[in-house]
Unconditional design. Structure first.
Length: 170
C-alpha cells in the first residue's frame, strides 16, 4: 500500500470517529492521534493534514454535493463509512491540487477505500456518485494521456527503441 493510500485510510478512520460522535471532537486532534498510532513513520503526514483540513473547511459544501448527486439517498441514511469516503473523494476531486491528485486518481482512490472498508455495494455507490460529479464538472482529465499510454505510444512509433528526439538528431 502506498504512503498516500495509508494516509487516506488514516483520514477515513479519523473522519469516521469525528462523524460518529456528531463532529464534537477536533478532527485535527484525531488525525494527530491516529497518525501516531497507525502510521508513525508515514512520509506523507503533511498530505494527511492537508486532506483532513480541506475536508473540514469544505464539509458543508461537500455534503450538499452528495445530496444533489445522490438525491435518493438522504445523507443521514448513507452509512458513516460511505459518507466519509465520499467526503475524501469529493474533496480530492473538487478542491485539491489537480497536479498532485488528478481527478481520475481521486475517484479510483475513493473506490479502493470503499472496497476495503465499505459494504458489498459501497464501491459501486461511491463510483456512481463520484462519476456523476466528474461528468458534471466536465471530465477535466478525460483527454490526458497516462505515462503508461505515452510509453506504449512511443514504442509503437519507434519500434527500434530510439526516441523520436534521438531519431531526428541523427
Amino acid at each position: 500500500m502506498s504512503a498516500r493510500q495509508v494516509g487516506r485510510s488514516v483520514v477515513l478512520q479519523s473522519l469516521y470517529e469525528w462523524d460518529f460522535y456528531g463532529r464534537e471532537s477536533d478532527l485535527m486532534v484525531l488525525i494527530e492521534r491516529d497518525l501516531k498510532e497507525f502510521a508513525p513513520d508515514l512520509d506523507e503526514a503533511d498530505f494527511v493534514r492537508r486532506l483532513a483540513g480541506g475536508i473540514v473547511k469544505h464539509v458543508t459544501e461537500i455534503d450538499e454535493i452528495i445530496r444533489r448527486a445522490a438525491p435518493e439517498w438522504p445523507l443521514e441514511q448513507v452509512s458513516i463509512i460511505d459518507r466519509n469516503i465520499l467526503r475524501v473523494g469529493l474533496y480530492e476531486l473538487l478542491f485539491a491540487d489537480r497536479e498532485e491528485v488528478p481527478p481520475r486518481v481521486a475517484i479510483n482512490e475513493a473506490i479502493e477505500l470503499a472496497k476495503a472498508y465499505g459494504g458489498t455495494n459501497s464501491g459501486r455507490f461511491v463510483n456512481g456518485v463520484l462519476g456523476t460529479v466528474y461528468r458534471e464538472i466536465g471530465e477535466p482529465d478525460k483527454g490526458d494521456i497516462t505515462k503508461k499510454e505515452l510509453k506504449k505510444q512511443e514504442e509503437e512509433e519507434n519500434p527500434e527503441g530510439t526516441s523520436a528526439e534521438t531519431s531526428e538528431e541523427q
